[in-house]
Design a protein around this ligand. Sequence first.
Ligand SMILES: *Cc1c(COP(=O)(O)O)cnc(C)c1O
Length: 398
Amino acid sequence: MTGNRNWKIRGDKVFIQTYDRFPAAMVRGEGCRLWDADGREYLDFLSGIAVCSLGHSHPAVTEAICRQANTLMHVSNLFYTVPQIELAELLVAHSFADRVFMANSGAEANEAAIKLARIHSGADRYEVISLAGSFHGRTLATVAATGQPKFHEGFEPLPKGFVHAEFGDPAQLEGLISERTCAILCEPLQGESGVRPLDTSYLQAFRKLCDRHGLLLIFDEVQTGMGRTGSLFAYEQLGVIPDIMTVAKALGNGLPIGAMLTTEEIATSLSAGTHASTFGGNPVAAAAAVATMKLMLADDFLEGVRAKGNYLAGRLKDLAASYPDLATGVRGRGLLLGLVLTDKGISLGRTIVERLFDKGVLVNFAGNTVIRCIPPLVINESDIDEMVTKLNDVLKEI
Ligand SMILES: *Cc1c(COP(=O)(O)O)cnc(C)c1O
């Protein structure tokens, strides 16, 4: 009795039911494939929600983890550790930032960013403006920053100091700026709410507003960062440099790690004792992240992401053209893409995802608007063709 059904029954008995899970217990992964407890194989276009970007069980990452686990697992941030220093050096060398704080998750990295923006701006300036449709995490502060009321319901009162601007209207956002405002926080491309890119001109307007009003610009690159959009960080393609940036998801290719990055000048506002994490930048997670980053920075890797992203986008666009009653097109950047559904398509969104799952392909229905494709960045064209063929079959059936 080790099959999916048995694991599902056992899990449903003991977990707090916060997740709506696929009826599969995953037991093994390799590259872009996963296998469940019944031995079924899946082509993974989810990557553990944009986490396993180098694919499952990447040998170089696994080796780095094993070597570090055999050497030193944890000492806390009362000490320096080599992998954490190497990781911070890599992040600094390949971004606008000069300094890094290590956390364990995206929400924690964003908490650090919010705390930094507040302490840097002084006691009277604490308000963060974020966008409708944004997603910044599930802790109380990051859920308050998240611009989706469905994530707030039942958890009020939320921490004060979070204001949401309408999506796509810089003038409306400017109207929300007051003497209390300290920062504008946004994802360069909204992932969870349906793969919605922010126009370059919109992001440039944020930069100008921040400069004019003395605010900090915070980019939440938890999902867009680490190569996902075809550059190491999405901001590189936008001609807009933030003051603070957060990354997490793919940073450790599956080990939990996040980071908050900023400039020398802003970093001085967090002195010893002002912020901390017991596990943040843990040696094993940091070693995984160092190995991950080195592979992402290797020749042609990011170029490959852009090429495969263009290929997948083209195939999805053709699919949308074949089923105009279900899909209107494709949006996103690199290998963070969404097949945009029509109203009829949206009403069938869950069915599309379930039918694809039955055919052994994993995608999700993001923001109740798109079929989101976030495959491992090491995907190849024949895997993409397999996914598109099966998606075509599903769209034809329904
Ligand atoms: C996933 C995500 C988060 C939250 O990350 P966790 O590791 O789940 O806390 C925050 N921001 C964005 C943009 C995300 O996609």
